[in-house]
Design a binder for this molecule. Structure first.
Ligand SMILES: Nc1ncnc2c1ncn2[C@@H]1O[C@H](COP(=O)(O)OP(=O)(O)OP(=O)(O)O)[C@@H](O)[C@H]1O
Ligand SMILES: C[C@@](O)(CCO)CC(=O)[O-]
Ligand SMILES: [Mg+2]
Length: 328
């Protein structure tokens, strides 16, 4: 039996624009997905995803066969989850040159689903690492990141950046621009606060919406480029330990993301509650549409204000996780 875990993330800057080659800076946070893998005697795959409903569910199907999974959760959710886990298993079989390897897998996660904290990337990264190790193949975090990116790219219909998967595999704060991925060492201590509206957004759909706007209007394409400019300024602010400038640039980034149509009433309400409570900055994180915001505040004021904000289901402090994928 092999167990791996990998962290979720928040974006300080640059989601969406990163899909079109602008830079982005995500930070891993101390909330993880854990995947347990055990080899089977046959080529089947049995997946238990405990977080997909309150009760969890079990799906059992043969690799490559068309058996309908035996489950009681909405089909699109199951299809997406199967896409991620299937994709991860394919990568591990490829690494180990074991096309017929079968597994029993259990997926557990502290990361809310579809809420902008990178649950999909964490599940794929942990699943590839655990399944490959179960087949006696140790991958470097960089190799896991690259293979996990291929899976996200496929599930998101060919529109994904390397940002979420690289960040989850490596941990810490990272910078991604196209195929260039690097860790940022010496990030200042960032007092991250997350607000969660209890909802979710469909990453594939939101990315497609931004792409359509960008194709239709030159000013939407300019908005995407402007996000790139905000990120570059943000990187300078991080290098100078200027946390209040980081906050100001997060606010600007949120405005541009909102113009691109990926915010929502509850995300905006949480962003304004954080700002009014004295946060240095606040923005949505991840694909948007619903889910989470991230704010900077070293005092408890933002967390308290969010907990009283209608539309906010929970608020919590998030610590930077310097460790990426790891064996448990
Ligand atoms: N614990 C889990 N068990 C099984 N599948 C999961 C789990 N967590 C996430 N997933 C899969 O990931 C999907 C959510 O991925 P999606 O990219 O839409 O959101 P996210 O990664 O949480 O947020 P973002 O990409 O905006 O940071 C779920 O619908 C499901 O298919
Ligand atoms: C919206 C997006 O930029 C981040 C989702 O967490 C999509 C991606 O980078 O693949
Ligand atoms: Mg995702």
């Amino acid at each position: 039996m092999t167990v791996s875990s990998a962290p979720g993330k928040v974006y300080l800057f640059g989601e969406h624009a990163v899909v079109y080659g602008e830079p982005a800076v995500p930070c891993a946070i101390e909330r993880r997905a854990r995947v347990t893998v055990e080899s089977r005697d046959d080529d089947r795959l049995r997946v238990e995803a405990r977080d997909l409903t309150l009760d969890g569910f079990t799906v059992e199907y043969s690799s490559g066969a068309s058996d309908a999974p035996d489950v009681n959760v909405p089909t699109p959710l199951v299809e997406a989850a199967m896409g991620y886990v299937d994709g991860a298993v394919e990568q591990a079989r490829d690494v180990a040159d074991a096309p017929d390897a079968g597994f029993d897998m259990v997926v557990e996660s502290d990361i809310p689903l579809g809420a902008g904290l990178g649950s999909s990337a964490a599940v794929v990264v942990a699943a590839i690492d655990a399944a490959a190790r179960e087949l006696d193949c140790d991958l470097t975090p960089e190799e896991v990141a690259d293979r996990a990116y291929r899976v996200e790219h496929e599930v998101q219909d060919g529109q994904a950046s390397r940002a979420d998967t690289f960040c989850s595999a490596m941990g810490g704060a990272v910078r991604v621009e196209g195929d260039d991925c690097a860790r940022i060492e010496d990030v200042p201590n960032l007092p991250l606060v997350v607000g969660y509206d209890g909802g979710a957004g469909d990453t594939g759909e939101l990315v497609a919406g931004v792409r359509a706007l960008r194709d239709e209007y030159a000013f939407a394409a300019d908005t995407v480029e402007a996000i790139g400019d905000v990120v570059r300024e943000g990187e300078d602010a991080l290098a100078e330990d200027d946390v209040s400038a980081v906050g100001k640039l997060m606010n600007f980034d949120h405005g541009l993301l909102s113009a691109l149509g990926v915010s929502s009433r509850s995300l905006d309400a949480m962003v304004w509650a954080a700002r009014e409570a004295g946060a240095l900055g606040a923005k949505l994180t991840g694909a948007g549409g619903g889910g989470c915001i991230v704010a900077l505040d070293e005092t408890p004021a933002t967390e308290t204000a969010l907990s009283y904000t209608p539309g906010c289901e929970s608020a919590f402090r998030a610590e930077l996780d310097r460790e990426g994928v790891r064996a448990e």
